[in-house]
Design a protein around this ligand. Structure first.
Ligand code: C2E
Ligand code: MG
Ligand code: MG
Ligand code: MG
Length: 282
């Protein structure tokens, strides 16, 4: 059996690879159709001030409602869109939609509207030559002040080299804020702070999980808020799911947080203060 193992495994392995490639190709075709028939929409998750829970920013997140597959997670289709390049068109739509929505909220909600909106941008978009022009064009057409936009990039997207670093610098030069997403989980977390202009550090959920148990998580969360404060950045704690985590983050010096505890991503967030979100000050 051991003798045959190699070739049999080999024969079994290839179709699986084909399946995966085929699946990505199908998803790509369906994504193209989805773009043309309006299957994508945006949802928005509050980023709140601690301790009182007022929504300061919102993060925009894309959703795909597929006619047969149902809800497809961005974690599944964003990588495919990056591979086949559709992220360039989808990403432009995302940026325009989010900025237009932000401006509508400003009109409707006035002082209760969020101060800024953040948009996730992938490596492929950053390395696309025309991307900075697209950002400038969206700002101009929507009338949105550059300082109200936060572009979220991951360490890996910028670390990948290419022209991404220059693109981040050029976008920042427009007056747009730059956030480092999932901070602490990539290749070069601290080094990147010396390479690209950063305004917002989004401290990854993995450091927030188990925060309330004694141990390493609190040590890292504390070190990260010190780095952030020392560099004059704004730290956002991601993935806050409980009141206890929120209280502990506030105690450690965090002023901004995001997570299911404060609100899930929805099409129309409620910008009025809800008391149950407020963190008990200890
Ligand atoms: P991300 O940018 O780090 O977004 C945060 C993710 O965590 C979102 O998942 C959000 O729904 C989820 N989340 C927020 N609070 C909590 C919490 O308390 N607990 C848990 N368990 N999860 C929470 P989502 O929307 O599925 O997006 C996953 C990733 O897909 C994003 O991670 C981002 O990398 C990518 N993505 C989403 N929308 C876009 C987009 O418009 N453009 C691009 N390029 N990427 C996007
Ligand atoms: Mg993000
Ligand atoms: Mg994140
Ligand atoms: Mg993430």
């Amino acid at each position: 059996a051991a003798k045959e193992g190699g070739s049999r495994q080999h024969r079994r392995y290839c179709p699986e690879l084909d399946d995966r490639a085929g699946e990505a190709a199908r998803l790509g075709v369906e994504m193209r159709m989805g773009l043309d028939t309006g299957q994508f929409r945006m949802v928005y998750q509050p980023i709140v001030a601690l301790p009182e829970g007022r929504t300061l920013y919102v993060e925009s997140l894309v959703r795909w409602q597929h006619p047969e597959r149902g809800f497809v997670s961005p974690a599944d289709f964003i990588p495919v869109a990056e591979q086949n390049g559709l992220i360039v068109e989808l990403g432009e739509w995302i940026l325009r939609t989010a900025c237009a929505q932000f401006m509508r909220w400003r009109e409707e909600h006035g002082a209760n509207a969020p101060e800024r909106i953040s948009v996730n941008v992938s490596a492929r978009q950053l390395n696309e030559p025309g991307f900075v022009t697209v950002v400038a064009d969206v700002l101009e057409r929507t009338g949105m002040p550059a300082s109200s936009l936060i572009v979220e990039v991951t360490e890996t997207a910028v670390f990948g080299g290419g022209t991404a670093v220059q693109a981040v610098k050029d976008i920042h030069a427009l007056g747009v804020r730059i956030a480092l997403d999932d901070f602490g989980t990539g290749h070069s977390s601290l080094g990147l702070l010396q390479t690209i202009p950063v305004d917002v550090l989004k401290v990854d959920k993995s450091f927030v999980d188990n925060l309330t148990m004694a141990g390493r998580h609190a040590v890292i969360a504390t070190a990260l808020i010190q780095v952030s404060n020392g560099l004059g950045l704004t730290a956002v704690a991601e993935g806050v799911e409980t009141a206890e985590q929120a209280a502990e983050l506030h105690r450690l010096g965090y002023q901004l947080a995001q997570g299911y505890h404060f609100g899930r991503p929805v099409a129309e967030p409620d910008f009025t203060l809800t008391e149950d979100q407020a963190v008990p000050v200890r």
